[in-house]
Design a protein around this ligand. Structure first.
Ligand code: ATP
Length: 350
């Protein structure tokens, strides 16, 4: 059953030509984590702020557990919010910061103490509860902010780029912790990020946004393997893009090469997207539905994966070979036979 429902949610800022959020609808099941993913300015934060009640929509409705919360002020929505900046009270200890929201909600003292201890233990900060924010690292401060958001047992947890102030290593650590805590509590969560790795690693559902609209709403695997639009194909992950023409049902001509695709438009010029890991190394006599004869231009070693930049009659190709496999041994100048399944070609009108 849907726990959070957005119905044609809309926001137009006065004096702007295009809506910041242009009619967004979605259903999020109880306990799921939704990532709003998209480039700067696509409307992620505005969407989150409308859910939180910090921004009034110009149209549409927000329902939580079937209840219309659209007219309610933020403090009557029972939502926990974590922002990019930790926004902790500097003069209060970690425990007092977490306790503050509970006091505001009129939770009794004994119950408050228990909830504060539980929330800080949940984020691994039980031992540091007496510290002030300046005595805590960035990662620890963000954990306090998370504990503060979770202590009131919100119906919905809202996170706006909560990791962007942290350095790369810490970001991964806190990311995995947030996800673990969220899953343990089963709190339905909306997470705003422009970082695709973060979205793919954390989310049950990813909404890829562009210009105030959702271009695709699907699982991380689906978004990555089967991008629904050209925008999604280019924004999420890397891809080879070949200019081609439809020459028959499921048949394409790219440069001098004929390719089979599972789905193509009826006719016309198209762009063919191929994910680098979908290009397989073929031995000289291996049969394959699509064969691209290529020559290696550049070999980029990044440990587990070797990226090969190749040229072919169809155009430039980007291939990823798992380390230790025959394809990974290819060097600049080597000839390479690459195969790709028809189902792995994504074809969009040019
Ligand atoms: P970022 O990742 O940069 O925060 P975002 O996807 O969260 O981007 P929003 O902050 O939701 O995007 O902004 C969406 C659009 O609305 C942008 O074009 C932005 O300039 C505009 N916008 C946001 N807030 C206001 C405001 N208060 N007044 C006018 N325009 C605004």
């Amino acid at each position: 059953m849907s726990h959070l429902r957005l119905e044609r949610l809309e926001r137009r800022f006065p004096g702007t030509a295009t809506p910041a959020v242009d009619g967004i609808s979605l259903d999020l099941p109880q306990g799921a984590l939704l990532a709003l993913l998209g480039p700067s300015g696509c409307g992620k934060t505005t969407t989150l702020r409308m859910i939180a009640g910090l921004e009034a929509p110009d149209g549409g409705r927000i329902l939580v557990a079937g209840r219309d919360v659209t007219p309610l002020p933020p403090h009557r929505r029972n939502m926990g919010v974590v922002f990019q900046s930790y926004a902790l009270f500097p003069h209060l200890s970690a425990a007092a910061n977490v306790s503050f929201g509970l006091e505001m909600r009129g939770v009794a003292r004994a119950e408050r103490a228990k909830r504060v201890a539980d929330a800080l233990a949940l984020v691994g900060l039980a031992d540091l509860s007496a510290r002030k924010p300046r005595q805590l690292s960035g990662g620890q401060q963000q954990r306090v902010a998370l504990a503060r958001a979770l202590a009131p047992q919100p119906d919905l947890l809202l996170l706006d780029e909560p990791l962007s102030a942290l350095d790369a290593k810490l970001r991964e650590e806190v990311r995995d912790e947030i996800r673990a805590v969220q899953q343990r509590l089963g709190t339905t969560t909306v997470f705003v990020t422009h970082d695709q790795t973060e979205a793919l690693a954390m989310a049950d559902l990813v909404a890829v946004m562009n210009r105030g609209r959702i271009e695709q709403l699907a699982s991380p695997e689906e978004v990555f393997e089967r991008p629904a639009t050209r925008f999604v194909a280019t924004f999420v992950g890397r891809a080879t893009i070949l200019a081609a023409e439809v020459i028959g049902e499921g048949l394409l001509r790219a440069g001098g090469v004929t390719l089979q695709a599972a789905e193509t438009p009826a006719a016309g010029r198209v762009d063919v997207f191929i994910r680098p890991h979908h290009l397989r190394h073929l031995t000289p006599d291996a049969p394959a539905e699509n064969v691209l004869e290529a020559r290696v231009l550049r070999r980029i070693y990044t440990g587990d994966i070797i990226t090969l930049e190749c040229e072919s009659a169809a155009g430039r190709l980007l291939a990823e070979m798992p380390g230790g496999t025959p394809g990974a041994a290819a060097r600049p100048g080597d000839a390479l036979r690459l195969g790709v399944d028809p189902a792995d070609l994504r074809v969009f009108p040019a």
